[in-house]
Design a protein around this ligand. Structure first.
Ligand code: ADP
Ligand code: ASP
Ligand code: MG
Length: 412
C-alpha cells in the first residue's frame, strides 16, 4: 500500500468551494487505495489578516502570543476539510501540530522541528482514517504552541513524510510546479520536469517562495521524494531529485530567484583595522536581524566602507543600532537605502560553464541597470540592484540565458 503526504497551500483552500474541491481530489487517492496524510495551510490571506490584527494592538507583539494567534488559521482549515471529506463518505480526522506531536524548539514564530512521534498518525491510518494535520505549527517541550515561519506548512508536510517514511510528499499549490523563475513575473517561464535538491535549496534560499527553504533541507536530509504540483490542473509537476539520479546534461542555469524587500546599509569611513567588520555586523546580528550580503571596501587612505543588506522591514532597527555605535566606530556616516532588491542566477552547470557572470553583467548593462553589489558561490551569482528594475532584470536574464525555450528539453 502506498502512503502519500499531500500539502495544500493557502490559495488551494482559499474558499469553502475550494476546500470541497480539495476533498474531492483527496478522495480519489483514497479510492485508489492509498493511505493519505494531508497537511493544510490557512485559507489565503488569513495569516496576513491575523498579523495585521496583532499590529493594530501593538507594534511588537509577544512572539508566544503571536504563535497562539497565527496557528488558528490552519486550525480552521483542518476542521472544514474534514467536514468536506466526511460529507463525501470518507473517514477523516483533524489534528493540530501539537496533537500529532510535532515537537519543536521554543523559538516562537520561527521554530524548528526537533522530533515527530508518528505513532498516533499510524494508528489513525490503520483504522482507515485520512489524517488531516494543521501545517506551520508544533509544540515545544512545555506544550506551548509554536509556528515554523512563513511558508512553514511545506516543512510540516516534508517532516511528516520523513517521519512516516512516506512514498511521496506532494506539495499542491497555485502553479504547475517549479519554473525557471516566478511565472507571475515572466510569463513564458518554463515548467521544470525535475530540479536537483542543490538547486532547489539555492532557489528557495534566494527568494523563490514556492517551497520553504527548510522543507527542501528536510527532503534532502531524509531523502524524501518530493514533488510540487498544481491543485487546479492535472500535471506531473516538478520532481526534486537527488543529483546522482539525473543523467541528462544539466543546462548551465536552472533558474532565477529574487528577493524584493531588501535594504542596504553602509557604514562609511571606518578605520581599516582588524575587528572592524565584527564591530559593525556583530550588534546587528545580536539584535536578531538577519544580515545577508556583506561587502567591505578598503580605500587607499586606510579607511573602510562596510555595506550589507537586511530585510527592509528590519532596516530601520538596523540603522538605529548603527547610529548608536557610529561614534564608537569613528564612522563618517551611516546611510540606509530602502529601495533595493536581489536577483540571483542558480545552476549546478555553472561549475562547468565559464563566462556566466560576464554574460549576466552584460545583460544588465544592456538594460542600463546599475549593479550595486555582487556575490557569488559555486552555483549562484547574486546582484543587488534598485528594486524598480527587478522585473526588467529578471526578464532580461531569462531571455539572455534562453530559459524559456532551452533546446536541452527539461520542459514538462
Ligand atoms: P502556497 O500558498 O501554495 O504555499 P506560495 O504562494 O507559498 O503558495 O508559493 C507559490 C508561489 O511561488 C507561486 O504562485 C509563484 O508566484 C511563486 N514562485 C516564485 N518562484 C517560483 C518558481 N521558480 N516556480 C514556481 N513558483 C514560484
Ligand atoms: N499560513 C502560513 C503562511 O501563510 C504557513 C503556510 O501557508 O505555509 O505563511
Ligand atoms: Mg507557501
Amino acid at each position: 500500500m502506498t502512503l502519500i503526504v499531500q500539502k495544500y497551500g493557502g490559495t488551494s483552500v482559499g474558499s469553502p468551494e475550494r476546500i470541497d474541491a480539495v476533498a474531492e481530489k483527496i478522495g480519489k487517492f483514497r479510492d485508489d487505495g492509498d493511505d493519505v496524510v494531508v497537511v493544510v495551510s490557512a485559507m489565503s490571506g488569513e495569516t496576513n489578516r491575523l498579523t495585521s490584527l496583532a499590529q493594530e494592538i501593538t507594534e511588537q507583539p509577544i512572539p508566544r502570543e503571536m504563535d497562539v494567534l497565527l496557528s488558528t488559521g490552519e486550525q480552521v482549515t483542518i476542521a472544514l476539510l474534514c467536514m468536506a471529506l466526511k460529507k463525501r463518505g470518507y473517514a477523516a480526522r483533524s489534528f493540530t501540530g501539537g496533537q500529532v506531536r510535532i515537537l519543536t524548539d521554543n523559538s516562537h514564530t520561527k521554530a524548528r522541528i526537533k522530533e515527530i512521534d508518528s505513532s498516533l498518525m499510524r494508528a489513525e491510518l490503520d483504522q482507515g482514517n485520512i489524517v488531516v494535520v494543521a501545517g506551520f505549527q508544533g509544540a515545544d517541550d512545555n506544550g506551548n504552541i509554536t509556528t515554523l515561519g512563513r511558508g512553514g506548512s511545506d516543512t510540516t508536510a516534508v517532516a511528516l513524510a520523513a517521519a512516516l517514511d512516506a512514498d511521496e510528499c506532494q506539495i499542491y499549490t497555485d502553479v504547475k510546479g517549479v519554473y525557471t523563475t516566478d511565472p507571475r513575473v515572466v510569463e513564458d517561464a518554463k515548467l521544470l520536469k525535475s530540479i536537483t535538491f542543490e538547486e532547489m535549496l539555492e532557489l528557495a534560499s534566494l527568494g523563490a517562495k514556492v517551497l520553504q527553504l527548510r522543507s527542501v533541507e528536510f527532503a534532502g536530509k531524509y531523502k524524501v521524494p518530493l514533488r510540487v504540483l498544481s491543485t487546479f490542473e492535472e500535471s506531473e509537476g516538478t520532481l526534486i531529485t537527488l543529483e546522482e539520479e539525473t543523467d541528462m546534461e544539466d543546462p548551465a542555469i536552472a533558474g532565477i530567484a529574487f528577493e524584493r524587500d531588501e535594504a542596504k546599509l553602509t557604514v562609511a569611513g571606518v578605520p581599516d583595522i582588524p575587528g572592524i567588520a565584527y564591530k559593525v555586523i556583530g550588534p546587528v546580528s545580536e539584535a536578531g536581524i538577519e544580515v545577508d550580503v556583506i561587502v567591505q571596501n578598503a580605500a587607499a587612505d586606510g579607511s573602510n566602507d562596510i555595506t550589507f543588506t537586511v530585510k527592509r522591514a528590519e532596516s530601520d532597527k538596523a540603522k538605529e543600532i548603527l547610529d548608536t555605535i557610529a561614534n564608537d566606530l569613528k564612522a563618517k556616516e551611516v546611510t540606509l537605502d530602502r529601495r533595493v532588491c536581489k536577483v540571483s542566477l542558480v545552476g549546478v552547470g555553472m561549475r562547468s560553464h565559464a563566462g556566466i557572470a560576464s554574460k549576466m553583467f552584460k545583460a544588465l548593462a544592456d538594460e542600463n541597470i546599475n549593479i550595486e553589489i555582487i556575490t557569488t558561490s559555486e552555483i549562484k551569482i547574486s546582484v543587488v540592484i534598485e528594486e524598480k528594475y527587478l522585473e526588467l532584470a529578471v526578464r532580461a536574464l531569462h531571455s539572455v540565458f534562453e530559459l524559456a525555450d532551452s533546446p536541452t528539453g527539461n520542459e514538462a
